[in-house]
Design a protein around this ligand. Sequence first.
Ligand SMILES: [Zn+2]
Length: 384
Amino acid sequence: MTRIEIPNLPDYSEQSINGAVQYLYQILRDEIAQIRDAEELEQRRIQWLGRKAGILKQISERWISSCPPELRKHLGFAFNAFKQEVEIQLDPSKVVKAGIPVSVVEELREVPSFKTRKLDSESIDITLPGSRRLTGAEHPITRTLNEITQVFAALGYSVGVGPEVETDFYNFESMNFPPGHPARDTQDTLVVAGQERRPLRDRLLLRTHTSPVQMRTMELQPPPVRIVIPGKVHRNDAADATHSPIFHQVEGLCVDTNITFSDLKGTLDHAMKALFGSAVKTRFFPSFFPFTEPSADVQISCIFCGGKGCRKCKQSGWIELLGCGMVDPAVFAFAAEKQPAYDPKKISGFAFGMGVERIAMMKYGISEIGQFYAGDMRFLGQFV
Ligand SMILES: [Zn+2]
């Protein structure tokens, strides 16, 4: 350990104070460069910061006590900044905490002058990027749901909504699924527990389709009715690449006098062209749904290959997309209990329904339905 000479101040001008302090910073830097372990650090700490004979104590005695009061401000500032630096650089907790004294000592070698430190702490780097705010966007399911809804809104349809927890009556019975009917088995249902003492039609369940809103709307409103029903539905399905216990549907209902199957075909053909492009063709196949008679499955020409046949359409050129049919007179009979105008002899109508996830997966080329619900920003960020 070398003996350290404390420089004399020839006068108390800022220039000579700064010069003397710079000289001390240089000494401090050289001293720190020589430290090799915690023991040496402690020796230096006592040498510089010792209460009775430490270098800082000596400087303070020699410089400050003889300084004229009007010049003390600058000297006090320079001395305190230097003292702070010494305390920071010779803080033993740094070495003890790090456990590897040499690397800490390496770090300590770069001691900036107090002027540089002050400038650094007060400067603003205007070249740094600002804090970026993430842009919000519609979830692909919401977007697809809205797109389908808008196609029908343009045809004069309004939007119907209803509860997700339904009674057995609205979900099944009024949709012409009588108790014990095998068609109920096709919609594996999640039922609220502990309702065995209630009559079957009042028991609560998570709706398996958006169809109960058809009945709720007809009970409130005499014909004509034109509604689309977007919403969440639940089935006790095991999750796999294309199935999820929660998914979304958009259903439609149109009731008026003289509504025919041609109206149904024309409406859906237009809707599919509006959704997937004017080149898309549609075709109808006989099917079965309890609430429509006759019922049909609708296929559209493959949007990937234009009908030539590819992997996506299993070489058939067609993709099955939705179910539809003419409203069964039995459904009108349930509606007529509250709204006598739904007399199946005087009015007729059609209904249709489609799965939103299936359409979104097709449109955006998504192979795993679970990605819609995982909340992964890397996936969702693609839709901004
Ligand atoms: Zn194809």
